[in-house]
Design a protein around this ligand. Sequence first.
Ligand code: GLY
Length: 419
Amino acid sequence: MTTFPSFRTTVTTLLTGFAFPLFAAPATSAETDLAAKLPSVYARCFEQYRGLLKQMEAQKPEMQPKRWQDGKLVVIPPRDWCSGFFPGSLWYLYEKTGEAFWKDAATQYTDRLLEPLRHDASNHDVGFRTYCSAGNALRLTKDPKYAAFLHDTAAALRTRYDDEMGLICSWNNPKNLKGNGFFVPQYIVIIDNMMNLELLEWDAKNGGDPKSDLISRSQADLTDLHHFRPDGSAYHVLDYNRVTKKVHGIFAGQGACTEGTWSRGHSWAVYGFTMMYRETKNLKYLVRAMKCADYWMNEPNLPADGVAYWDFKAPRIPNEERDASAAAVTASALLELCQFAPTDKAAAYRAFGVKILSSLASDAYLAKTGENGNFLLMHCVGNKPGWYGNPKSGEVDVPLNYADYYFLEALGRFERLIK
Ligand code: GLY
């Protein structure tokens, strides 16, 4: 069916050079199929997370579930970068059902983070830990205790910002980074840091420190300038020289090699720049988000189901593990990006987001009830090279709590798109 541009679309095109979609496109057969599956997909999610909550009853009260590996539940303390995802997933399940059971569980798992994390700036993953948990709690309950907590955590994150560098420092004392290896790292910035900026944007807009917005824009601007190759793929780890303020080192980080493209790092870029466009309406961020999305969608090593290998340049493709977590992040990002992109691109982003989400919602990735340690998605890779070169710490082909979080978020975004 031909869709004619509305008066508002035409005006927007004249003003900005872009034609933005201002109405939902009709559902495709892929959307109709996914919509029809949603009740059974959610039924599995509810059962699985009821089971995970049951398992957690045996754990210490400050812990959160992170993954299932070698037949065991791996739990984490509040300072782990992944501590906010399980509470966030519980909030999404509450949002879907409105049931007190999920609200009580979400409250319990969020509230155990508040005091340990309120002033914690020991690493840069503040937004992951606090905005996914308390950000959703605030959105759904409006309880001011969560706003107070988020303002405090934004203040903690700001302490990692250096005015002269114009960047938040990601890692404190990195050792054994695999890279071009000519020098000791001075000021490490990783692509993942884009995901902490939503907290800062929220802080600046909700009575916090206006500097939060300046910091987040500066971080996004310098990331946009330095963190991408000409083909649109993202580097994971850059090192800046403290004197010249220029990038003087590139490290493989969680990717296969310096010039590899670690798929989850790239997914953080698609998501982070889409979010920064939503928050600032700076077209530069929209352009970057679209370049990142285009890279994912057109990368020759992307399998037909849209779920990437853990690194797009992993050495043994096609005999490499997929990373369903990167796919979940990208699906969620595309289902937001399609609402901002120019009309001619929007349909492609929406269709690709639906394609990835449909793959993840299939038996190939969505675990059967009672399996997978009660996590939702199978086949994720946390860090195949392993922390400090130790492959045993690598979390290869396992469920991970952040894959579940972005999967549930993407399901919710899909549902709102087709309403
Ligand atoms: N540090 C975030 C990640 O592993 O994706």
